[in-house]
Design a protein around this ligand. Structure first.
Ligand code: UFG
Length: 323
């Protein structure tokens, strides 16, 4: 099959390109503007450097390729930036997606796999969320993704031969188990990235945003999913027949303190932590109810192991620092 992968030079996209390249014969075309991605992260397929907002250029790619599937990663993903510059998110994430969906319909692409986020759930009343639970994003980033979800779902009624798969990612972390890929984004501010930077000495200390939440130790709870398992969920989505929304997480929650303790353990290094005020817009506790993806897609995650997630992140970062 011919697969178009937008944002394939980014952290998640590049891992999916690698897995598809290693395990399938599909023909891969990556479309990326390289604004946050890296050409050297694309280990398979062909790269076309192009911005999704330049519709004429995008259309040329469709004219020259007979795509069967689109996997759409390209997006802006910084929650705090989405609060200060919401239009950037509605343009990059919603408007560009509309244009891509239009192109998909015009050129009769049969399947559209969309990168969504657990941020669409907002502050759910329960810790374990399933795909039918209410969605109420807390920021424009979450809304921009939720709107695209809705648009995709509305397309199916009109068109016979169009399927969508919406993957709602929980907290993606770590680097590939074979050591070939990881995150090249040195500015990432996610919890495991920050802890990694403290261990390697790039930061002196780290901050914990609040310890008075109504959780086991007062810090927020998240479901951390290893990047290789998230990539394998995409492989399942490529093979799956039908449309639907699927949570991508392990169904296991860890607190911020537990993640930090794990990083200290696997690195053998103690480091300083400062408890500071709560971060605006943080969800108290959110964990995937992942029954749907486990049963319907027969997804078999292999790295549900916080030690390994932290260690792979650390090993990758050390390797980058040494280069
Ligand atoms: N945190 C700290 N200190 C830090 C960084 C993070 O205490 O230096 C805390 C946060 O307050 C939060 C937890 O660690 O409680 C996780 O924060 P991240 O920034 O790593 O990730 P988020 O949960 O905020 O967001 C991520 C993605 C979203 C996605 C969400 C789903 O960025 O796109 O996970 O749970 F929707």
């Amino acid at each position: 099959m011919n697969i178009l992968i937008t944002g394939g030079a980014g952290y998640i996209g590049s891992h999916v390109v690698k897995l598809l390249g290693q395990t399938t014969q599909h023909n891969i075309i990556v479309l990326d503007n390289l604004s946050t991605g890296f050409q050297h992260a694309i280990l398979y397929g062909k790269l076309v450097i192009c911005d999704l907002s330049i519709i004429k250029e995008v259309e040329k790619i469709f004219q020259h390729n007979n795509f069967d599937i689109i996997i759409h990663f390209a997006a802006s993903i910084d929650v705090s930036e989405s609060l200060s510059n919401p239009l950037k998110y509605y343009e990059n994430n919603t408007l560009n997606s509309i244009n891509l969906i239009k192109m998909a319909l015009k050129y009769k692409v049969k399947k559209f796999i969309f990168s969504s986020t657990a941020a669409v759930y907002g502050n759910s009343k329960k810790m374990f969320v399933n795909e039918n639970d209410d969605t109420q994003p807390l920021n424009p980033y979450g809304w921009s993704k939720l709107m695209t979800e809705r648009i995709l779902m509305d397309m199916v009624g009109d068109t016979q031969d169009f399927e969508y798969i919406i993957l709602r990612y929980f907290n993606v972390a770590g680097a590939s188990a074979d050591g070939k890929l990881g995150s090249y984004n040195k500015n990432a501010t996610h919890l495991i990235n920050m802890a990694t930077k403290v261990v390697v000495g790039e930061l002196e200390e780290m901050f914990v945003f609040g310890n008075t939440y109504n959780t086991k130790d007062g810090t927020c709870i998240r479901d951390y999913i290893h990047i290789d398992d998230l990539a394998s969920a995409h492989l399942k989505a490529v093979e799956y027949s039908g449309s639907g929304i699927f949570n991508c997480g392990y169904g296991q929650g860890y607190s911020v303190k537990e993640v930090i303790e794990t990083m200290k353990k696997v690195s053998g290094k103690d480091f300083k932590i400062n408890i500071v005020g709560k971060r605006i817009g943080d969800i108290e506790a959110i964990v995937a109810d992942n029954k749907k993806i486990l049963t319907k897609m027969q997804w078999h995650p292999q790295y549900n192991d916080l030690d390994f997630i932290c260690k792979s992140s650390l090993d990758w970062y050390k390797k980058q620092c040494a280069m």
